[in-house]
Design a protein around this ligand. Structure first.
Ligand code: GDP
Ligand code: ZN
Length: 482
């Protein structure tokens, strides 16, 4: 039987300690009716499922006349109707470090009780069939969610068995196909029948499934983008105002703004929420030829960042033509590059007119543009709404209404992607085998084998297969008490 603080450590109105396991009800021995009535441990053994009951918490045998630790509520969730599927008892007490410690210590005195490990409650819930791995991951994401879009996606994943049923449907389909291959083997000499059956029942289905899976892999990684955040890289020559822009976006002094060229040598990151989506903005060292070794390193990193980024903000100094960036050199789609001219406050009227022309040409080339002043704040709102629009486009469902675009079913983790890719590779191998030698016994056997491998890869996503090696990966994201 395990126990842990389910709420955050430290000061709060209320804190909840959760107990789960075969002896969970023993925790009720630490409770007695309020006012210390001398009724025995009857207080809570009669507790109704899922109902909060007002009690006093006390050390050891609560019936004894010892002053209470605290007054609070206790709730009992009888197996299997609990989060873990086991008997669960929750102690709701006041949220102070001293109360939390006293309750935890008291629980520690009970036989067969121990402190839970990180993610252990969820792990037990998975073991007891309360959720599959995709739902467990959804739950972990929900606990981590900072933005509205992250919350929505995580909530859908954790509550919705759609992902599991999708993967399970595919997996069963593959196992059925493998069974057909094996059945065809039993026809032995009658190869005509065998090849006919396999041809009809298996090959087309395998090809169709392969195409479906490939479509999933090819679909824009919206789920992953929402989960980890859209990466925006600020790039530009030294002194164009990258650090100032980061500060303006962050609304705080996250980066050091300095009048000397080449001070931002490393990469600084700030996480923000734009339009409900998580965005990670990085300020990089200036893109410029340099002799300074440290700065050189920074520039290499800036270029790397730009390549990894989902959106690039190419910043230039409006008062300095030499600071314009060659946008074509950035290896990214035009739609994800915003060309921003900073320091509009310092422009002469003539320069302003000239800049308007350049901006129009750049926009006509298909790039997003903005003219701003990080100093005065002019144009920043417009720029931020442009950025928000691009981010939202990347994260939302396109007008293509196919399954691969359904955000409920979007791939949210590389773990899913890797296994899907493995599955497709096995399917390709199966098709190749079939082609190489039509319906010879050994080919059929190998084909069945590949199909089973493919099914196995899918089973890993939901936890139907090879559970042990993925459990640690999935549950290590949880905190203690969940
Ligand atoms: P970085 O090297 O690209 O990160 O540029 P910084 O943000 O460090 O800015 C370089 C210099 O330009 C600093 O002296 C800033 O105060 C100045 N600066 C930044 N934004 C503006 C602006 O909008 N207008 C004016 N006039 N100066 C700016
Ligand atoms: Zn800087």
């Amino acid at each position: 039987t395990i126990y842990a603080l389910a709420t955050a450590r430290g000061r709060a109105g209320v804190s909840v300690v959760r107990v789960s396991g075969p002896n969970a009800r023993d925790a009720l021995r630490l409770t007695r009716p309020p006012g210390g009535a001398n009724s025995s441990d009857g207080a809570a053994t009669a507790a109704e499922h899922g109902r909060l009951r007002l009690v006093e918490f006390a050390r050891g045998d609560a019936a004894r006349d010892e002053p209470p630790i605290d007054v609070g509520f206790v709730a009992v969730f009888a197996s299997p109707r609990s989060f873990t599927g086991e008997d669960v008892v929750e102690l709701h007490a006041h949220g102070s470090a001293a109360v939390q410690r006293a309750l935890m210590d008291a629980l520690g005195t009970l036989d067969n009780f121990r402190v839970a490990e990180a993610g252990e409650f969820s792990r037990r819930a998975f073991r007891n069939g309360k959720m599959d791995l995709t739902q467990a991951e959804g739950l972990a994401d929900l606990l981590d969610a900072d933005t509205e879009a992250q919350r929505r996606q995580a909530m859908m994943l954790s509550r919705n068995a759609a992902q599991r049923s999708m993967y399970e449907t595919w997996r069963k389909e593959l196992l059925t196909c493998a069974a057909y291959c094996e059945a065809a083997l039993d026809f032995g000499e009658e190869e005509d029948i065998a090849s006919d059956v396999v041809e009809r029942k298996v090959r087309e289905r395998v090809k169709a499934l392969r195409d479906t899976l490939q479509k999933y892999l090819d679909a824009p990684a919206r789920g992953e983008l929402i989960r980890r955040g859209v990466r925006v890289a600020l790039v530009g020559s030294p002194n164009v105002g990258k650090s100032s822009m980061l500060n303006a976006l962050a609304g705080r002094d996250a980066a050091i703004v300095s009048p000397h060229a080449g001070t931002t040598r490393d990469v600084l990151e700030v996480s923000l929420e734009l339009g409900g989506y998580k965005v990670i903005v990085s300020d990089t060292a200036g893109l410029r030829e340099t002799e300074d070794d440290v700065e050189k390193l920074g520039i290499a990193r800036a270029l790397e960042r730009a390549e990894d980024a989902d959106v690039v903000v190419a910043l230039a100094d409006a008062t300095n033509d030499a600071s314009n960036i060659d946008l074509k050199a950035l290896n990214l789609s035009k739609k994800t590059i915003v060309n921003v001219w900073n320091k509009s406050d310092a422009l002469s009227d003539g320069q302003t007119r000239e800049l308007m022309e350049i901006e129009n040409e750049t926009a006509a080339d298909g790039y997003e543009t903005a003219v701003v002043s990080c100093l005065t704040g002019a144009g920043l709102d417009g720029f931020i709404s442009t950025l928000t629009r691009i981010v939202a486009q990347k994260c939302t469902i396109g007008d293509d209404a196919s399954d691969a675009n359904d955000s409920t079913l979007a791939i949210t983790r590389s773990r899913h992607r890797v296994n899907l890719a493995r599955c497709v590779a096995s399917l390709d191998a199966a098709v190749a085998r079939a082609r190489a030698s039509s319906a010879s016994a050994s080919a059929l056997e190998l084909e069945a084998e590949e199909l089973k491998l493919a099914a196995r890869a899918l089973g890993r996503v939901t936890g139907a297969y090879d559970v042990e090696d993925v459990l640690d990966v999935v549950f290590r994201d949880f905190c203690v008490g969940k």
